[in-house]
Design a protein around this ligand. Structure first.
Ligand SMILES: Cc1cc2nc3c(=O)[nH]c(=O)nc-3n(C[C@H](O)[C@H](O)[C@H](O)COP(=O)(O)O)c2cc1C
Length: 341
């Protein structure tokens, strides 16, 4: 297995079985729902249908970009794709950088379109690959291999700096994103990988024409920690806990994005309570990575489906108890700040 393939496999192993979490929390615990004893909505009336980038989905959950490029990735991607096809959920493949370096890895990505002919699938490329521009032929190759509905650009300077051979050059990424947006026909989504997007970063990238932002804030998987485990940096390095909590990312940008682009909440989304609070705080959808990979690791397709059905039932219960008929009814008025948290 080559270096990138080995790294990707380590990531899968550490995030499913290791202690790869943040010390700090997402911030969702700072809020509680305001119970509605008079909901005036029947449970059977409640719908989970949600809209993102002009498309309707079955539930407000994006399955975050995770894998591709090594042998174990193919069955995982096949499961995610079949599941998203069945429940009409959007998902992203893992970084496709490896396809540029080793075309033999293509099938671990293209499997997703075979398993999910009609699902919304996002391509994935690192910001570092865009610095200085990326040739259109390469972008076409990546998107056509999965007939992508959108392109996700991930920003992960923390992770790169903690990787022994990670990228060290970050200048030029913003202009690379600007030219990607003007060169491609599909929407561009920018995400972090768990350290969060600040208001300033989102503001700069709105100006570049980005359609949606996945804040991927701190409180869930810590990619500083994952790389510190891999590079033997010792038990606690300050970068284990570096990043902006997910809730702070949402609060900082909810006004900024209004009527201009859309916000996806991720980083530590671990149940339907987190999904619902995300929507109250301004996101149109939540996204999650680690619980998905863990459910597949422990129970395959059935494990993932069981987790989702639980989330769906819980989410409908939350909507009903807040007097909401649909996810887009969720708003800040449904939350109260918990004293002392
Ligand atoms: C096994 C694994 C592999 C990942 N690989 C990628 C990747 O290739 N590209 C990317 O944008 N994000 C990648 N991520 C980051 C996730 O998309 C997500 O932003 C991050 O893990 C925070 O979400 P979580 O707390 O729900 O895990 C990966 C996450 C996991 C768990």
């Amino acid at each position: 297995m080559d270096e990138i393939g080995k790294r990707k496999k380590d990531h899968l192993d550490i995030t499913t079985t290791g202690d790869a979490g943040y010390g700090k929390t997402t911030g969702f615990e700072r809020y509680d729902f305001i119970h509605d004893a008079l909901p005036e909505v029947d449970f059977d009336q409640v719908t989970c249908e949600s809209r993102l980038l002009n498309r309707w989905f079955g539930f407000p959950l994006f399955i975050s970009s995770m894998t591709g490029g090594h042998r174990e990735a193919t069955p995982v991607n096949a499961i995610i794709a079949a599941f998203c096809e069945r429940y009409n959920l959007p998902f992203g493949v893992g970084s496709q950088r490896i396809m540029l370096e080793d075309p033999s890895t293509r099938s671990s990505f293209s499997i997703v379109r075979k398993e999910a002919p009609s699902a919304f699938i996002a391509a994935n490329i690192g910001g570092a690959q865009l610095a200085g521009g990326m040739d259109n032929g390469q972008v076409d190759m990546l998107t056509e291999s999965i007939r992508a509905d959108a392109i996700i650009v991930h920003l992960n300077p923390l992770q790169e700096l903690r990787q022994k051979d990670g990228d060290r050059r970050f200048s030029g990424i913003r202009e690379g994103i600007r030219s990607l947006v003007s060169d491609v026909q599909v929407p561009v989504i920018v995400k972090e990988t768990g350290a969060g997007l600040s208001e300033s970063v989102i503001s700069q990238l709105i100006d570049c024409g980005v359609s949606a932002f996945d804040v991927a804030g701190a409180g869930g998987t810590s990619w500083g920690r994952v790389e510190n485990i891999r590079n033997g940096a010792g038990d606690r390095h300050f970068t284990d806990d570096w990043g902006i909590p997910t809730v702070d990312c949402l609060l900082a940008s909810r006004e900024l994005v209004k009527d201009r682009c859309e916000l996806i909440a991720s980083g530590g989304i671990r149940d339907s309570v987190d999904v619902a609070k995300s929507l109250c705080l301004g996101a149109v959808m939540a996204a999650t990575a680690q619980p998905v990979i863990k459910a597949i690791h422990e129970g395959g397709y059935d494990g993932l489906e069981a987790m989702f059905l639980q989330w769906e039932d819980d989410f409908r219960t939350i909507l009903c108890l807040l007097g909401c008929e649909r996810p887009s009814d969720l708003d800040m008025i449904h939350l109260r700040r918990v004293q002392g948290r």
